[in-house]
Write a protein that binds this ligand. Structure first.
Ligand code: A3P
Length: 332
């Protein structure tokens, strides 16, 4: 597929062997593009948004939370927002999507999708999220799942603060499967989803290059590289670390308040962040699932067969060749 002249970004419609099965993975997406040198897997209609995203004006006092999906984005967003703003103000009760917009959400939904199913003010409804972004007062907090190469170019010149979070790809795969059942109407099997994930043929894949580009930048002053597993281990330490990175002073009482507020139990009950107001697929399986599903480390052990674990290991070792990334290589 052609891209608008001058930007030089490769975009090719995916026509590989999985193309037919992939047209049933999401009710919003029928065809996919492979974009850029990393062949990032994105919906076909992303092509219409590429230039807008690349040229988006960035502000120095922005804070961007960037992740591969299902890595703990919502968790870190709430923490970051509460550190930058007054968490006891009425704004804190606004849906996260409105106070911390999802940068590229509109390029995830086909323009042909029947939007009458959505609430009028649903951030997924045409134009809403882009408008929220334009109207957002400074200092802005913005979420994105785009890989480094596809984020607004000004991020790398203006250098606003960027908080990156990664999670064990095995747990990401499990969580992403349930996400697809609940939010994208996926009716295929878990095993088939694992095949798509390991083939790097799910939206925003490949996950490893996504993680590794930020890992390489982790020592830059405007980048903070976090891991979901460290947040689970000692959230108080991460609260202090994120506060320090954002230049916010917090006393121990505030740290304890934030640890409680951002706990899985509290966030599950909090309508502003638990995404239960968000559209869900109509299937029985979807209705039974919660966005705040389990919130644990190592759920992959309950899902992946021995054969799938071996496939994950081979894929991981290949993707990590030549890298000093030390995590997620334990296979016992
Ligand atoms: P699970 O599906 O494994 O439960 P994202 O926000 O990037 O979509 O990530 C969603 C995942 O983060 C889900 O994982 C969700 O339960 C988990 N999560 C969200 N808030 C959390 C919290 N406060 N503590 C632990 N996990 C959390």
């Amino acid at each position: 597929m052609e891209k608008s002249p001058g930007d030089g970004v490769i975009m090719e419609l995916y026509k590989g062997p999985l193309a037919d099965s992939l047209s049933h993975v999401s009710m919003f997406i029928k065809e996919y593009l492979e974009v850029g040198h990393e062949r990032t897997f994105l919906p076909s209609f992303y092509a219409d948004w590429y230039s807008k995203y690349a040229s988006f004006p960035v502000q120095k006092d922005d804070t961007w939370v960037v992740t591969y999906p299902k890595s703990g984005t919502t968790w870190v967003q709430e923490l970051v927002w509460c550190l930058i703003n007054d968490p006891k103000s009425p704004e804190a009760e606004l849906e996260l999507m409105k106070r911390f917009p999802f940068f590229e959400i509109e390029s995830l939904i086909s323009p042909d999708f029947d939007k009458s199913l959505l609430r009028e003010d649903d951030p997924m409804n045409s134009g809403n999220s882009w408008r929220i972004l334009q109207e957002l007062p400074a200092p802005r907090s913005i979420k994105s799942h785009l890989p480094k190469a596809l984020l607004p170019e000004q991020i790398w010149q203006v250098k606003p603060k960027v908080v990156y979070v990664c999670r064990d790809p095995r747990d990401v795969c499990v969580s992403y499967y349930y996400h697809h059942v609940k939010l994208e109407g996926y009716a295929g099997t878990f095993n088939q989803f694992v095949d798509f994930f390991l083939a790097d043929k799910v939206t925003y894949s490949p996950i490893w290059s996504h993680i590794l580009t930020f890992w390489k930048m982790r020592h830059e002053e405007h980048i903070l590289f976090l891991r979901y597993e460290d947040m689970k281990k000692d959230l108080a330490a991460i609260v202090r670390q994120v506060a320090g990175f954002l230049g916010k002073e917090v006393d121990e009482e505030q740290v304890a308040w934030l640890v409680h507020h951002c706990s899985f139990g509290e966030m599950s009950k909090n309508l502003a962040v638990n995404n239960e107001t968000f559209m869900s697929a109509s299937s029985e399986a979807a209705q039974k699932l919660k966005f705040m599903r389990k919130g644990t480390v190592g759920d992959w052990k309950n899902h992946l067969t021995e054969e799938q674990q071996k496939a994950f290991q081979a894929w991981t070792l290949k993707c990590l060749e030549g890298s000093d990334f030390p995590y997620y290589q334990d296979y016992d």
